[in-house]
Design a protein around this ligand. Structure first.
Ligand SMILES: Nc1nc2c(ncn2[C@@H]2O[C@H](COP(=O)(O)OP(=O)(O)OP(=O)(O)O)[C@@H](O)[C@H]2O)c(=O)[nH]1
Ligand SMILES: [Mg+2]
Length: 402
């Protein structure tokens, strides 16, 4: 309970409201660690796999969430008069009300799940005006800190928070009301009226986390995706000999000898029928959907590696048409398994060749466990990822010429 409160505190940071520096970005603090990512999403998932030995931990990994957000009300203006000894009914001096607090949303790479968010965020109200023309204090603003890769939907708001530190105003606080001096006129020297502060706004936001990584690993359960991720990146995912070891997405970073980096997302294994919510279903595919390159990880120790590859492609297409058309690489894992691996590699190459539709899709046999041939796979992965970047940069150049 104490931990939960601390996490909540770390996710909601209030900072002093400064009207003139509202566009400045701040670096939020949070304690969530990439390596200790929490579990699963917030909707029920059916697990029908017969070999699922693992007991599920309670879920705190969340990639879809609706939250209610309210800005603060402006403080009311006040009605006061100077009361001097000479003139007990002096001129009006009621202060204006302070501005209500704004609510901002901030992307942070320190946060990896929407699970720590509160259901409701309410910025404080502005203070009421005081006597002697003292204006009420503006309220503090509230920041909602979400992972990089979060999409925010609430027409007409649509935000894609793709950069660390990115900050957007969601709802502005209400304006403060005017004190009675504002209503002075030639006819009325001592007005007995003030205006109320403007009400805050209250909206619902739909948040969806879609991980942003350069490459996404896609494979059947137990194919060795996490072993590969652990081998090639700084990530330290759980690895075990039963299916569905990985229950939530992980992102690791490959660092090449020349310091070039590529981020890779590992997601729970897919199974045939994932589109019918078999296994852990399709939902985790949203975490590879935005990767520019797909890396199929196929087990060469299985019954039919070619058929396994076709299952993966089919499930990707059923999730989103055209997804399997992304630049891809096939990593044929467990090449250390002797004759069965050899036969499977042949079948896999045939299946890939037939389904590649003229596009080049390399099949690289590796042993993630024994660290064999990984360098070749990494070199090719880099070429594919950089190829995507070159195309993008090229487009940008073309635009700047216009
Ligand atoms: N022989 C052999 N076994 C491997 C290799 N790579 C992984 N394994 C084993 O395969 C099993 C599954 O590995 P994981 O990395 O957990 O597989 P995964 O694809 O992440 O599995 P899920 O998270 O359940 O989808 C483990 O027992 C690994 O030790 C390999 O190159 N050769
Ligand atoms: Mg795994």
């Amino acid at each position: 309970m104490l931990l939960q409160t601390q996490l909540r505190r770390s996710l909601t940071k209030t900072v002093n409201h400064t009207r003139f520096t509202s566009s400045s970005s701040s670096t939020p603090s949070s304690t969530t660690d990439q390596q200790t990512q929490p579990q699963l999403t917030n909707f029920p998932r059916k697990t029908t796999h017969a070999h699922h030995h693992q007991e599920r931990k309670p879920s705190s990994f969340v990639d879809l969430k609706c939250i209610n957000v309210a800005s603060g009300k402006g403080g009311d203006g006040s009605i006061h008069f100077f009361k001097g000894l000479v003139n007990p009914n002096g001129p009006p001096c009621g202060g204006n009300g302070g501005r209500g607090g704004d609510v901002w949303i901030v992307a942070s790479k320190e946060v990896t799940s929407l699970g720590g968010l509160l259901n409701r965020y309410k910025a404080p109200d502005g203070a009421v005006g005081q006597r002697q023309n003292m204006h009420g204090k503006d309220a503090e603003e509230v920041e909602i800190i979400v992972p990089v890769g979060t999409l925010v939907r609430q027409p007409p708001i649509f935000l894609d928070l793709s950069t660390d530190g990115e900050r957007h105003l969601i709802v502005r606080g209400g304006r403060g009301g005017f004190g009675n001096p504002h209503f002075t006129s030639n006819e009325i020297k001592g007005p007995g009226i003030a205006s109320r502060g403007e009400k805050g706004k209250n909206i619902w936001l739909e948040l969806e986390l879609k991980t942003i990584a350069d490459a996404g690993l896609v494979g059947l359960p137990n194919a060795g995706k996490s072993t590969l991720l652990k081998r090639i990146t700084n990530a330290n995912p759980k690895i075990a000999s039963y299916p569905f070891t990985t229950l939530n997405p992980y992102v690791g970073t490959i660092e090449y000898p020349d310091s070039h980096t590529i981020t890779v997302a590992d997601i729970p294994g897919l199974v045939a029928g994932a589109h019918l919510n078999v296994g852990l279903g399709h939902e985790f595919l949203r975490h590879v959907e935005r990767s520019n390159v797909l890396v199929y990880v196929v087990d060469l120790g299985g019954l039919d590696a070619g058929a396994d590859f076709l299952v993966l492609r089919d499930e990707l297409e059923r999730y989103k048409q055209g997804l399997s058309g992304k630049p891809s690489l096939v990593i044929a894992n467990k090449a250390d398994l002797g004759q069965i691996a050899k036969e499977n590699l042949k079948g896999l190459r045939e299946a890939v060749g037939k389904s590649a539709q003229g596009k080049e899709m390399l099949v690289v046999p590796v042993s993630a466990r024994d660290d064999k041939n990984i360098g070749v796979a990494l070199a090719h992965l880099r070429k594919l990822v950089d190829g995507c970047k070159v195309v993008k940069d090229g487009d940008a150049d073309a635009l700047s010429v216009l």
